[in-house]
Design a protein around this ligand. Structure first.
Ligand code: SF4
Length: 314
């Protein structure tokens, strides 16, 4: 059976979407352009989100002391060895808040990536309170000529959870940023965490119809991970009994229940994450991402279900 996204996999998968969009496999190259974050430098708060340790996902070639071009070159070389099929790349501005600078500075940072011959597009990760009309106009101009997506860290629809993790903005801020971005003709991404302390499974499940109403193009989820050198890590080590975690198999079935209600137009970029073991304080999560993806697709088959099967358009 072919699903609305044009292939036989039971969810709107990122890898297929890329092949359809670019006609070939495309690899992301991460860049640390030296931005900081208003939730760290004191503008919103100085503590940062309690789960955050940017080092846990920063590849070795990413270093803000190197130019953007140099990081792209080294990133391409790094991936060329591992993913031989990729010949085109997306420049992924990942670390911290990549719109948190004056417009002139943003132009300086993004232009070398736009000029690189092997870069077919740009991915901009940021907070929803770090965008304004002027910056959106700048990105909208780029988006007319090149693939560009702005990915917002939303994390949860529950303001109490956002407060508990010291996120420094509420859910409505994300809704407004995503809507304004979409209205400018720019693709939008959103990131969520399942299992934030104090959030019940029912509360997490209730987010599916809420976020399905948003004009999101690509979406990422992952299970809560407790990372070293974070406030949450300290809280966990002091009071582990206050945290409950999904078991990997349980998470897969939870995510299938969630995906059944999710808007089928959303491209699912990721539903789990795996930080390098040296950053992981949590002991129950022993399955790799690829094993979980296989299990996810096997369980979709066994349950004879698919993304959006129970989605109700309003
Ligand atoms: S997760 Fe993002 S917004 Fe939160 S402290 Fe880290 S860099 Fe800042």
């Amino acid at each position: 059976m072919e699903y609305p996204w044009g292939h036989q996999r039971r969810f709107n998968a990122y890898s297929n979407y890329f092949i359809k969009t670019f006609g070939q496999r495309v690899q992301k190259v991460s860049i640390n352009a030296g931005f900081t974050c208003p939730n760290r430098d004191g503008l919103v708060s100085s503590g940062g989100c309690t789960f955050c340790n940017n080092q846990s996902f920063n590849p070795s070639y990413c270093d803000p002391k190197k130019s953007v071009t140099q990081q792209i070159e080294e990133g391409i070389e790094f991936h060329r060895v591992r993913y031989r099929r990729a010949t085109k790349y997306l420049a992924y501005f990942q670390a911290f808040s990549n719109t948190y600078a004056p417009l002139e500075k943003l132009k300086e940072i993004y232009q070398p990536a736009l000029d690189h011959k092997d870069v077919v597009g740009i991915v901009v990760g940021t907070r929803p309170d770090c965008i304004d009309d002027e910056k959106l106009d700048f990105f909208a101009q780029i988006a007319k000529e090149k693939y560009l997506i702005i990915e917002y860290g939303v994390e949860s629809c529950n303001d109490a959870s956002l407060k508990a993790i010291n996120r420094g903005h509420n859910y409505q801020t994300s809704v407004d940023a995503i809507q304004k971005t979409h209205d400018r003709g720019i693709k939008t991404g959103a990131h969520f965490i399942f299992g934030l302390p104090g959030e019940s499974k029912e509360e997490m499940m209730a987010m599916a119809p809420i976020i399905s109403k948003l004009p999101i193009d690509n979406i990422k989820f992952h299970q809560l991970q407790i990372i070293t050198d974070t406030k949450m890590g300290e809280e966990y080590l002091a009071n582990p009994e206050k945290f409950t975690f999904f078991e990997p198999e349980e998470y897969v079935d939870f995510f299938i229940d969630f995906a059944e209600q999710l808007n089928p137009n959303f491209v699912i970029e990721r539903f789990v994450n795996e930080v390098p073991a040296r950053f992981n304080l949590q002991e129950n999560w022993k399955m790799r991402n690829d094993q979980l993806l296989n299990l996810f697709e096997k369980r979709l088959e066994e349950r004879d279900t698919w993304q959006g099967r129970l989605y109700k358009e309003e």
